[in-house]
Write a protein that binds this ligand. Structure first.
Ligand code: ADP
Length: 446
């Protein structure tokens, strides 16, 4: 029987000070596939292990089908875990590995049929009498899946199950896992740091940062309506372009967004969400432009809603089917901390009560250049650090644009750009999304 899993304001503290998970709330519906996504160290595995019963919950409640479950043993929860390192018994055949959980339940029952059926489902029936050491990585992970499936668990808990495999196999098994869990209809919680994996697998994706849940939505919504700049930057490849900007809203005349050397004039009459920007007048904001929002084309080709910019070509990354053009538009990239690792020195420093100027010096060492801090961060918001306007960091490219692979571009050459304002994201100084409002995002029905 598949289960609803509910976490209510669950926290985990290790020792005196390591807050691995902080007031985490999430309900996974029966049969739903939810992915916990975030950089290494953000608390994903800890959440999973608390659901499994392998880790004590420090505060908050776990409910299984609405019943309190904090004190249930892992066995009573009836869930199956699949790990990154397969965790198979090397001295047992694959057949015995798959049958092991069944044997634990009833040592005298004949489970051979169930084991064979599971192996057929996974396409590993020909390797059942070998040992795990005689298999490829992909086959081994299938055996691990088989062991998880064989006793028909109430939920699957998967902790980076594909990250030890090469890219091609990972894609293949990803599709298999998706198909299998849907066929079985078993509630699944899946941990990964790979946003592409999360987006392709999850009915919903829960993005975490530093132990805190940032957003939980469908893959489409986390991409199109990221609640904050961290989610925007974590989801999507190439990464969203994030630029430091200031809203320019004169009493008379056209409102615009000042990007440094250039300005984005906002079309009139102002759309409802662009009107919201008026109150940001003179304040520092972060502009987000995904690659589909910018194209290389002259102003004469502008469609409705597009405005012109220009950039100097710094570097072209050839990718085969497309090229990524790195440009200098005279603006300054906003740097989002924690994207690679969830326990940044800045965050730790902030927790210890350090000053902003000290934080600046810390970051200065980290990025090898001078830095400034965007306004005062709110009490619960980490500061967003940007490169200082007066001393640009080593690389001056601030915008990455996609083009066809055959466009010939000279390094140092000036190219015209068109920005689609319908795809413009604006975040306030604390990183919260101001616009677009969800209803304004093309193609998104909310
Ligand atoms: P993730 O799965 O996102 O990589 P984890 O849940 O493994 O992150 O870890 C979250 C944080 O908790 C990390 O800072 C990690 O160092 C810390 N942590 C995890 N397990 C322990 C432990 N047993 N003792 C102390 N700290 C731990």
């Amino acid at each position: 029987m598949t289960r609803a899993i509910s976490l209510r304001s669950v926290s985990k503290t290790y020792g005196r000070s390591t807050r691995a998970v902080d007031r985490f709330s999430l309900t996974v519906q029966p049969g739903e596939f939810v992915v916990l996504l975030g950089p290494s160290g953000c608390g994903k595995s800890t959440v999973l292990r608390m659901i499994a019963g392998l880790e004590q919950i420090s505060e908050g409640d776990l409910l299984l089908d609405g019943e309190p479950a904090n004190e249930l043993s892992p066995r009573e929860r009836g869930m199956a875990m699949v790990f990154q390192n397969f965790a198979l018994y090397p001295n047992m055949t694959n057949r015995d590995n798959i049958g092991f959980p069944l044997k634990l339940e009833n040592s005298r029952a004949d489970n051979s049929e169930r084991v064979e059926a599971t192996a057929r489902m996974l396409g590993i029936e020909t390797v059942l009498d070998r040992y795990p050491g005689q298999l490829s990585g992909g086959e081994r992970q299938r055996v691990a899946m088989g062991r998880a499936i064989s006793r028909r668990p109430s939920a699957f808990l998967m902790d980076e199950p594909l990250s030890n495999l090469d890219a091609k196999l990972r894609n293949h098994l990803r599709a298999e896992i998706s198909q299998l869990t849907r066929d079985l209809g078993v509630t699944t919680v899946y941990v990964t740091h790979d946003q592409a994996e999360a987006m392709s697998l999850g009915d919903r994706v829960a993005v975490m940062r530093g132990g805190v849940l940032q957003q939980v939505s469908t893959p489409r919504e986390v991409y199109a309506t990221p609640e904050n700049v961290f989610v925007a930057a974590f989801i999507g490849t190439p990464r969203i372009n994030l630029l430091q900007a200031v809203v320019h809203a004169p009493l008379e005349g056209r409102m615009s967004i000042d990007l440094g050397r250039q300005r984005l004039p906002l079309p009139e009459p102002l759309s409802p969400d662009h009107q919201l920007l008026r109150i940001q007048q003179g304040r520092r904001i972060i502009v987000g432009l995904r690659s589909e929002a910018v194209r290389i084309a002259p102003p004469s080709h502008a469609r409705a809603g597009e405005v012109a910019l220009s950039g100097l070509v710094q570097h072209v990354e050839y990718q085969g089917h497309e090229a990524l053009v790195h440009l200098d538009t005279g603006s300054h990239a906003a740097v989002v901390p924690d994207l690679e690792s969830a326990r940044p020195q800045a965050e730790q420093h902030r927790r210890r009560g350090g000053s902003v100027s000290m934080l600046g010096r810390l970051k200065q060492r980290a990025v090898g250049g001078s830095v400034a801090v965007l306004d005062e961060p709110g009490p619960d918001q980490p500061p967003y650090v940007v490169r200082s306007p007066d001393r640009p960091a080593v690389t001056t490219s601030d915008l990455v644009v996609r083009t066809g692979p055959d466009m010939r571009l000279r390094r140092g050459g000036q190219v015209p750009l068109l920005v689609d304002l319908a795809h413009l994201y604006v975040f306030d100084h604390s990183g919260r999304r101001i616009c677009p409002l969800p209803k304004d995002i093309p193609g998104l029905d909310v």
